[in-house]
Design a binder for this molecule. Structure first.
Ligand code: PFF
Length: 454
């Protein structure tokens, strides 16, 4: 059958695309460093808890909007608002999601560019250089960083420009299996050559004394970011979902795969960190400074394992980057009836400018703080991840729970168990908005004004 360009060819396509989107830098770069910063086991348990209680329900709600509303994230919400006699202003949730996706694209491409750069550095070997010095030199170089992120951005744009079947689905069919094989190879290496026992005990032992508001916010934020919630991607991908595909089952598959890869990433990284007696709490630099120390300690072998690791990160980042671009591309092309290639070019150009600002945050503008935020890179990350993401998540929850309640049934969701369906609605109506807004308020008071309550 000839596929229409606004629908996936088959049921597998959504699973591939959504998993490719979910599994990204958030899993392999973000999850391990946040677990490291927040006490290991405690963070992991909280993360798993929030993925199940809030992540999965809101993930389903976002896909539900796309699947039943059709169209880009803004028009899907507008269509459903009309049907449910709600205010058209609900479309603000769609606009905010698109805004968040653009900001994320701006800084995500920069980290991804650094990853690609590191693949080459690791392949060449570190020789006698100290990995910390190498890192400082790399991020200080505005033009080199710009070169690497531009390559990454253009490559992602080319895939998105080809459309959802010929571009996105086709790319995901190659990238996703590759990603799973690579992560398993890395875990295998950690098990045979690293200190897996220490890694397991670090990731799965509960240290109650580290429990505070910051840990909770980090775990929720990470869960939402990792599942690609709140940026319009899931609405866009959901709108291409065939009518007969079961929303509930598909969401469980994607959420499980994403969580598994995050845990595997921890089991790939920490055995090496502990084996070489390195510090697990290096934060965002864990995969750049700490891991490179491990690779350089391995000598010649590190010149194979190192690039393999960065290749894994690059593949994961690439499949996510494609999905980050999709909401704004489909929005522009539908709203202004422009060809997809043209819309993609505009989006890439805009992201290029944002990425320049983000790169400057590492070097030329590194001392320009914006309020409590250290530099423009941190400011962009904050605005998208900590500010917009949970707000959009709340908006999605409230819209589906309160305004679309009457349209929720077994047919639309593929969930036949009435109890589960009711539980989903209760979570969307009450549990998720109240918890998300509380966490959002406490977290932002702490970040912006340094006010903490516990
Ligand atoms: N989920 C991706 C990750 O974990 O790296 C990041 C991401 C992709 C965020 C797509 C948002 C999005 F729309």
């Amino acid at each position: 059958m000839q596929a229409k360009s606004n629908q996936w060819n088959n049921n597998l396509a959504f699973l591939l695309a959504a998993t490719g989107s979910a599994v990204g830098l958030g899993n392999i770069w973000g999850f391990p460093y946040k677990a490291g910063e927040n006490g290991g086991g405690l963070f992991v348990v909280l993360y798993l808890f929030f993925v199940i209680v809030l992540g999965l329900p809101v993930f389903m709600a976002e896909v539900f909007i796309g699947k039943t509303g059709k169209g880009n994230p803004v028009s899907a919400i507008e269509n459903l608002a009309v049907k449910s006699k709600s205010s058209k202003s609900w479309n603000l949730v769609g606009y905010a999601g698109i805004l968040a996706s653009l900001i994320i694209a701006g800084y995500y491409a920069v980290i991804a560019g650094l990853v690609v750069n590191y693949g080459f550095i690791a392949a060449a070997g570190f020789g006698v250089s100290d990995p910390s010095t190498v890192y400082a030199a790399e991020v200080a170089n505005f033009w080199e960083m710009t070169f690497w992120f531009s390559i990454f951005l253009i490559a992602s744009g080319v895939v998105v420009g080809y459309g959802i079947d010929k571009g996105i689905e086709k790319a995901m069919r190659i990238l996703l299996p590759m990603l799973f094989v690579l992560v398993i190879l890395m875990v295998g290496y950690g098990a045979v050559r690293g200190d897996m026992a220490s890694a397991l005990s670090y990731l799965f032992s509960w240290k109650a004394e580290q429990f505070n508001a910051g840990t909770i916010q980090a775990a929720v934020g990470q869960a939402f970011f990792s599942l690609s919630i709140g940026m319009g991607t899931l609405m866009a991908f959901g709108s291409y979902m065939p009518k007969d595909q079961k929303l509930g089952n598909a969401s469980v598959v994607v959420v499980t795969a994403d969580t598994a890869v995050a845990l595997f990433a921890g089991l790939a990284i920490f055995p090496l960190v502990f084996f070489f007696a390195l510090d697990p709490t290096a934060g965002t630099e864990l995969v750049f400074k700490t891991m490179t120390t491990a690779f350089s300690e391995m000598g010649l072998l590190g010149q194979f394992i190192g690039p393999l690791f960065y290749f894994l990160l690059a593949v994961a980042a690439f499949s996510s980057m494609i999905s980050i671009l999709e909401p704004s591309v489909v929005f522009l092309s539908e709203k202004f009836s422009m060809p997809r290639a043209k819309a993609t070019t505009y989006v890439i150009l805009f992201c290029f400018l944002l990425s320049l600002v983000s790169v400057a945050g590492f070097n030329v503008w590194k001392d320009i703080s914006i309020g409590a935020l250290d530099n423009p890179f941190e400011a962009m990350k904050y605005l998208a991840d900590d500010f917009l993401l949970l707000l959009v998540g709340t908006g999605i929850s409230v819209f589906v729970g309160w305004r679309l309640e009457n349209t929720i049934n077994s047919d639309a969701t593929g969930i036949t168990n009435k109890g589960l369906l009711n539980l989903w609605v209760i979570i969307l109506k009450w549990v998720s908005p109240i918890s998300l807004l509380t966490i959002w308020t406490l977290g932002n008071l702490q970040i912006l004004f340094d006010i903490s309550f516990f």
